[in-house]
Design a protein around this ligand. Structure first.
Ligand SMILES: Nc1ncnc2c1ncn2[C@@H]1O[C@H](COP(=O)(O)OP(=O)(O)O)[C@@H](O)[C@H]1O
Ligand SMILES: [Mg+2]
Length: 177
C-alpha cells in the first residue's frame, strides 16, 4: 500500500502529514466511493486545513502518500476464485488525478505483470474474497494496493476486456452452492 495513516479526529494533524512524507498528499473520506471525498492537497497548509475541516465535521479520514508517477491512472484486477479473469487500466480525464470511471475516466484492457498479478491475488486471499476487484497504483517501487472491492461492478471491466465475466461468476457460485 502507499504509506497510509488513519485518524479518529486526531488532534496532531502535523504528525499525520509528516508520517506520509508531507505534501502533496491525498486525503480520503473513510466512507467515500466513486472518487467522491478523495482530495489531493498540494501543500502542507492545504493538507492541514482540509484535515481540520473534516475533523470539525466529525468525518473520519485516511491520509495517504500521493503516488505521482501513477499519472492519474490505476489498475483494476478482477478476481474470481483465485484467478485474475480480467484487468484494465483506468485513466482519469485531463487534469484529474482520480481515475474513477464515474469521474470521467476511461478504461482499457491491460496485461498485468507477474508482480501486479501476485499482489492482486495476495490481497484477495488476505481478505478471503472469492470475487473482488483489486485496485492498484503503478509506482516506482512496484504495484501498490489502493483498495479491494467486494462488490465490483461488471460494466467497465466487461466493456474494456470484452469478456463475459458474469458467466464466470455464476459458474463459481454454482460450484460452491
Ligand atoms: N495515494 C494516491 N496517489 C495517487 N492517486 C491516488 C491515490 N489514492 C487514490 N488515487 C486516485 O484516486 C482514485 C480514487 O481513490 P480511491 O481510494 O480508489 O477512492 P474511491 O473508493 O472513492 O474510488 C484512484 O482510483 C486513483 O486514481
Ligand atoms: Mg476506487
Amino acid at each position: 500500500m502507499p504509506k497510509t495513516v488513519f485518524s479518529n479526529y486526531a488532534k496532531d494533524v502535523q504528525s499525520m502529514i509528516d508520517y506520509v512524507g508531507g505534501a502533496p498528499l491525498v486525503i480520503k473520506l473513510l466512507e467515500g466511493t466513486q472518487g467522491l471525498g478523495v482530495v489531493l492537497a498540494e501543500t502542507n497548509n492545504a493538507a492541514e486545513s482540509v484535515i481540520e475541516a473534516f475533523n470539525g465535521l466529525q468525518a473520519r479520514v485516511i491520509v495517504q502518500e500521493f503516488i505521482k508517477e501513477s499519472k492519474g491512472a490505476d489498475i483494476r484486477a478482477f478476481i474470481v476464485d483465485g484467478t485474475v479473469v480480467g484487468a484494465m487500466k483506468r485513466q482519469g480525464k485531463e487534469g484529474e488525478f482520480r481515475s474513477n470511471l464515474h469521474r470521467g475516466g476511461s478504461a482499457n484492457i491491460i496485461e498485468l505483470t507477474d508482480e501486479e498479478e501476485n499482489a492482486a491475488l495476495k490481497a484477495a486471499k488476505s481478505l478471503g474474497l472469492g470475487i473482488c476487484g483489486v485496485d492498484m497504483l503503478q509506482s516506482s517501487r512496484g504495484p501498490l494496493i489502493l483498495e479491494v472491492n467486494s462488490s465490483p461492478g461488471l460494466e467497465g471491466i466487461e466493456a474494456a476486456t470484452k469478456k463475459d465475466i458474469a458467466s464466470t461468476i455464476i459458474r463459481f457460485i454454482e460450484r460452491n452452492v
